[in-house]
Design a protein around this ligand. Structure first.
Ligand SMILES: [Zn+2]
Length: 141
């Protein structure tokens, strides 16, 4: 499936687009089920971030769990980290990589060699995992 929307280079990496975008594009009101899942996602994400941030010690402003977005995750220069609640459906290795990816943007808001060095501190085989992500239903842009 082609991705029609184009992103500016700065926001580029953070947009991990679902190939099955139409599934996510439909915005539905949060049901009890989804709220529960979102809270599960929040607990999961917060636990993994506090684990990985022991290695990095970045200042995190806010962690938000979003619904019905085309993104898996994003990071802002203000230190806000956002994750799609559907991260809980990913294999743990893939979810960890997404978390570390966004976390490391607090140190480097780009995809430079320095950024990759940060990621590899805790996910040494991130290249392999990145390839695996591309084989699944998600895509980095
Ligand atoms: Zn990125």
């Amino acid at each position: 499936m082609k991705i029609r929307r184009r992103f500016t280079p700065l926001e580029a990496c953070h947009k991990i687009i679902f190939r099955k975008r139409r599934v996510l594009r439909r915005r539905r009101p949060l049901t009890g089920f989804t709220i529960k899942k979102r809270e599960q996602a929040r607990t999961f994400v917060e636990n993994r971030i506090s684990y990985f941030n022991k290695f990095y010690n970045f200042n995190i402003n806010r962690i938000a769990i979003k619904n019905a977005s085309t993104r898996w995750g994003s990071c802002s220069s203000k230190g806000n980290l956002n994750f799609n609640y559907k991260i809980i459906y990913l294999r743990p290795e893939l979810a960890d990589y997404l978390i570390v990816h966004e976390l490391c943007h607090l140190g480097q808001l780009n995809h430079s060699g320095r950024f990759k060095a940060l990621v590899s501190k805790t996910i040494p085989d991130y290249v392999k995992i990145n390839k695996e992500l591309k084989r699944t239903n998600v895509k980095f842009i």
